[in-house]
Design a protein around this ligand. Structure first.
Ligand SMILES: Cc1cc2nc3c(=O)[nH]c(=O)nc-3n(C[C@H](O)[C@H](O)[C@H](O)COP(=O)(O)OP(=O)(O)OC[C@H]3O[C@@H](n4cnc5c(N)ncnc54)[C@H](O)[C@@H]3O)c2cc1C
Length: 503
């Protein structure tokens, strides 16, 4: 809801279908973006007036070993389909995001993190291998030892190098469908971070997540509720055969016994504004104080996928856009920088309605958002008339993040500026990524709206179809995201190759 575009959408079910789409892109000179479940908060899967290859119909589980927990599947399999398939055998995905509607292809392309990132890293750390189908129709087998440069670039490469075609993943052994959960009420930023350090330190919890009341200020700034959760060990669950059943994880169809979950967003709508959410946040903080310390058990799905309990929750934003801004900061800089980020949002009258804190660890992927530190994800409700104000706030927040050596995450981004990748990862890392792209996608077929926004505009592939075969409306693909004059050399052009292709 933060951006929209019109595209030609292909929904292949086979390798041939994907190849057909690439052939059409080549024939008609159109750029291509890849789409999984469409859960990214910005334009990572969009391709205005180009082709979007939607991979959600490629949902086959290709191999599964209940002995080793190794699974190989097609990219459109969702996290939900994955755990429903493996949980009865005692295996759970090693990393899950806040919604189970994400596909495995989208998860690997974004290198998603979960509430256990501080301990186990992002999903890429659990991928054993994958096949990448490039726009040149090559299928490349990638692992830590085979084509390892592509392995470390395509995980977190946001679909810019090729289609992640099949993924082999190591699942996590679990002995129960339940988690032991401890809520901890915290009255300030200092208490937030000390609860995290305690829960992620000795006697380490498996998962930790913090909710922050972004309306709080002064001494109570950063107040909220932290949840730590532990898997149950062997023998701790008296009836694992029951709790491991997929049906035992299902969320009830109604909320509070009467309101259909599918209609919950209508009930939420009157509260999703500055005044309503100030009340909701204050009430949540008060109820959190009562809950604090009461250790209880919760199903894996309920703890992990809180927002799935209210399907279509984003519709509660009405006509306004939902802009998420997630800042990643090194551990020693995070407390002060997050306080500044929330304070500046308040000063500008744009208080995030929801704020979520997580702890991360560094990983080895090329353009990774992961670092030894914390992230704060902020949800802003942005009516059309406040878009400029949001963009100006985002620029000011970018400065705070960059001056503190922080990072961003494209899955959550819709505001980052042209040149942001070099500012975050440095010129060398970006040059390395673009050199790999140049090798795998020499015609720069893969160009999502995200790509042109942060890496720069590149001419789409040249038209190869004879004029009489081109559909009328494809005759002149309009300039997307830039004036014709602005179409320059591809950012990976070698010296001497400075001419951008004519559109
Ligand atoms: C409610 C909610 C909670 C979330 N919580 C978290 C969280 O806790 N942690 C987290 O890390 N993220 C989180 N996210 C973000 C989400 O996990 C990522 O955006 C993820 O990439 C979405 O996957 P998708 O299948 O919907 O892919 P899409 O959003 O459709 O695409 C994501 C990217 O992957 C690329 N892509 C998709 N499929 C393929 C493929 N087969 N091959 C190559 N590239 C491909 C696309 O081009 C795009 O760049 C959350 C999102 C929502 C809506």
């Amino acid at each position: 809801m933060s951006s929209s575009s019109l595209s030609y959408v292909y929904r292949p079910t086979t390798e041939e279908g994907i190849i057909d789409a690439f052939e059409d892109a080549e024939a008609f000179g159109l750029p291509v973006a890849l789409k999984g479940g469409g859960n990214s908060y910005g334009d990572a899967f969009q391709c205005p007036e180009g082709i979007v290859i939607d991979l959600t119909r490629m949902t086959r589980i290709l191999e599964w070993s209940p002995q080793t927990g190794i699974i190989r599947c097609e990219p459109g399999v969702t996290i939900e389909q994955l755990w429903q398939y493996t949980l009865p055998d005692g295996w759970w995905p090693p990393v899950v995001p806040g919604t189970a509607k994400v596909t495995i292809g989208g998860a690997v392309a974004a290198n998603i993190h979960g509430k256990n990132c501080f301990a186990v890293g992002p999903i890429g750390d659990h991928v054993l291998e994958f096949e990448l189908l490039t726009p040149t129709r090559d299928k490349i087998h990638c692992s830590r030892t085979e084509n390892s440069d592509i392995f470390y670039a395509a995980i977190g490469g946001f679909g810019l190098l090729g289609v992640i075609f099949s993924v082999t993943l190591q699942m996590k052994r679990v002995h129960s469908g339940l988690l032991k959960v401890e809520p901890v009420s915290v009255a300030s930023w200092r208490e937030q971070f000390s609860a995290f350090e305690r829960l992620t330190g000795g006697g380490q919890a498996d998962y930790v997540v913090g909710w922050v009341d972004a309306f709080s200020s002064g001494a109570s700034s950063g107040r909220g509720l932290v949840h730590g959760a532990w898997h149950l060990g062997p023998g701790e669950d008296a009836h694992p055969e029951e709790t491991l059943r997929a049906s035992a994880q299902a969320l009830p169809d109604t909320f509070a016994g009467c309101l259909a979950r599918s209609q919950l967003f209508r009930f939420m709508r009157p509260f999703v504004n500055r005044f309503g959410m100030r009340m909701v946040n204050a009430a949540k903080f008060r109820s959190g104080k009562r809950e604090s310390g009461r250790i209880h058990r919760e199903s894996l799905a309920r703890f992990s996928f809180l927002l799935d309990a209210a399907p279509n929750w984003k519709l509660s934003y009405g006509k306004a856009a939902l802009v998420q801004y997630q800042a990643f900061l090194p551990i020693e800089r995070a407390p002060e920088a997050f306080d500044r980020i929330v304070g500046l949002s308040q000063d500008r009258g744009m208080v995030p309605l929801l704020a979520v804190l997580k702890k991360h660890r560094q990983d080895s992927f090329l353009l990774s958002h992961g670092l030894d530190g914390y992230s704060l994800a902020l949800d802003y409700r942005v009516p059309q008339k406040a878009r400029d104000a949001m963009n100006s706030l985002a620029r000011a927040l970018d400065e705070i993040v960059l001056e503190n050596r922080g990072r961003f995450y494209f899955a959550k981004d819709s505001t980052l500026f042209l040149g942001a990748p070099a500012a975050v990862w440095g010129e060398d890392a970006v040059a390395e990524f673009l050199a790999i792209k140049r090798r795998l996608d020499p015609e720069s077929v893969l160009q999502s709206a995200l790509f042109t926004r942060v890496f720069g505009t590149v001419a789409p592939p040249s038209v190869s179809a004879p004029a009489e075969e081109r559909p009328q409306e494809w005759e002149q693909p309009s300039t997307v995201g830039a004036d014709e004059d602005e179409v320059g050399p591809p950012p990976w052009a070698l010296p001497g190759e400075s001419e951008g292709k004519p559109r």
